[in-house]
Design a protein around this ligand. Structure first.
Ligand code: HEM
Length: 188
């Protein structure tokens, strides 16, 4: 039984649409990786890879958006999407929501928007972390029961980046706590 599942798993080929989705996920993970790595493993602050990834984060984000666009476009054609049917959005809620976030982030990824939007820009770009959870849900839901050999790799990649993010969030909270207490003591 296990052997049959194993064989079926490897014989599922990857369609061009899926390949674009997988490449989109890889470039997206690369946009998230440097900040979390530097907070969780401070020794890596001077390492070359996180620095290079940070420098090219904007380009990687736009690349990820373009790949995701190709992925969604091919699947919209293949599955004959009915945009006027609400159940379409129910079935693809995670994919569509992720795609909307990717679009917002890609169109505002330029110096002009950073200057004009000021604090709002940073707040808007926090949506990337919501996209991270939505994407994890999307891949698990859409690939349920018909994984190919790349599916576990994307799931492992997404799980790793989520764990790193949660660890970073927790560490940053620990640093902020005493700061808040100090502020309150000064005020009170
Ligand atoms: C409107 C937006 C989207 C739609 C309609 C959509 C649709 C789908 C569908 C139908 C599948 C299952 C394919 C199959 O059964 O073989 C799928 C899988 C997948 N999608 Fe999306 N998707 C969307 C957005 C995204 C975005 C934004 C990303 C990445 C950033 C993404 C990444 C993936 C990945 C990695 C898989 C699994 C591929 C595999 O393991 O072979 N999708 N998507």
């Amino acid at each position: 039984m296990a052997n049959m599942m194993y064989t079926a798993w490897f014989s599922n080929s990857i369609s061009p649409a899926n390949l674009l989705g997988i490449l989109a996920v890889i470039s997206y993970i690369l946009t998230l990786l440097p900040t979390s790595l530097r907070v969780v493993f401070p020794a890596l602050k001077k390492a070359k890879l996180p620095i290079e990834l940070l420098k090219n984060r904007r380009q990687l984000g736009i690349l990820s958006f373009l790949l995701a666009f190709g992925h969604a476009w091919l699947l919209v054609i293949k599955r004959n999407f009915d945009f006027f049917d609400l159940s379409t959005y129910r079935v693809y809620v995670h994919g569509s929501a992720t795609f909307i976030i990717f679009t917002l982030l890609a169109v505002t990824s330029n110096d002009w928007c950073v200057k004009k939007m000021k604090k709002n820009w940073q707040q808007l770009h926090q949506l990337t972390y919501l996209a991270m959870f939505l994407l994890f849900w999307h891949i698990n839901d859409k690939m349920y029961g018909h994984w190919n050999f790349a599916t576990p790799l994307t799931i492992i990649g997404m799980t790793t980046i989520i764990i790193l993010f949660l660890r970073r969030w927790w560490l940053e909270r620990q640093v902020k706590k005493p700061q808040k207490v100090k502020e309150q003591q000064l005020l009170g």
